[in-house]
Design a protein around this ligand. Structure first.
Ligand code: Z5A
Length: 216
């Protein structure tokens, strides 16, 4: 355990269209049916304040400077960790967060070329030092992921140039190399059912001593 709470903290990462949201929705039903206490949430937008920040960040045509973008994602996370994530971990839940600090490193660090040390400091401040025990990367070529979305992308980030999305994917792969013990990588180009099976396998293997995954 990397934090002092009784719960378990798992994060999901990946480029656009990798299928995190779809997979986590499928998993939620199974966790519910198996009676595993859990919280499924997302960055940005997990709290009422976060929903307002999310709108400001993702509305197309809203000018947002790279530094303002970094600070807004960090502000969203500070509220999210304090209001939802830590309380759920204190209650012993399995917390699954769709995107977390690694998104900031990949998008604002590698994508926007902001200083990685500054991002690391902001990530530590905004999370009260809370790091995930396991992070799953849904890895997918940028072109494939964007191709699964609405043509041209529907939000401000999705509309970035393809080079930006390539840097983001590269950023994720670098993160995996730097800290391989925290990451598991799923090939997100596989069929939905195969990805779901792999996700279940990874989670049940990692956390079988804390929750009963036999029924999922
Ligand atoms: N961002 C940031 O810059 N910095 C930060 O610190 C944080 C985030 C936290 C959040 O928007 C944006 O903010 C995001 C990163 C940035 N950038 N963008 N764009 P979001 O929450 O709306 O975006 P997202 O998390 O990337 O969601 P997404 O783009 O929709 O991707 P996804 O959740 O991984 O995919 P999905 O919605 O589950 O699936 C997309 C489509 O693919 C859908 O039609 C599915 O039916 C289809 N799909 C899914 N899996 C498959 C498979 N296996 N085969 C075929 N088709 C599939």
């Amino acid at each position: 355990m990397t934090h002092g709470y009784p719960g378990t903290f798992l994060t999901l990462e990946g480029p656009e269209g990798a299928g995190k949201t779809t997979q986590v929705k499928l998993l939620a039903g199974k966790l519910e049916a198996a009676g595993i206490p859990h919280l499924i949430t997302r960055d940005p937008g997990g709290t009422p304040l976060g929903k307002q920040i999310r709108r400001a960040l993702l509305t197309p045509g809203n000018p947002v400077s790279p530094m303002a973008e970094l600070l807004l994602y960090s502000a969203d996370r500070a509220q999210h960790v304090d209001e939802l994530i830590i309380p759920a971990l204190k209650e012993g839940k399995l917390v699954i967060c769709d995107r977390y600090t690694d998104s900031t490193v990949a998008y604002q660090g590698y994508g926007r070329s902001l200083d990685l040390n500054l991002i690391s400091q902001l990530n530590a401040m905004s999370t009260q030092g809370l790091t995930p025990e396991l992070t799953i990367l849904f890895d997918l070529e940028s072109e494939k992921g964007l191709g699964r979305l609405h043509p041209g992308g529907h939000d401000r980030m999705e509309r970035e140039a393809i080079e930006f999305h390539h840097r983001v994917r590269q950023g994720y792969l670098e993160l995996v190399k730097k800290e391989p013990q925290r990451w598991q990588v799923i090939d997100a180009s596989k069929a939905l059912s195969a990805v779901q099976e792999e996700l279940k396998q990874i989670i049940s293997t990692a956390f079988s001593q804390r929750f009963n995954f036999a029924a999922i």
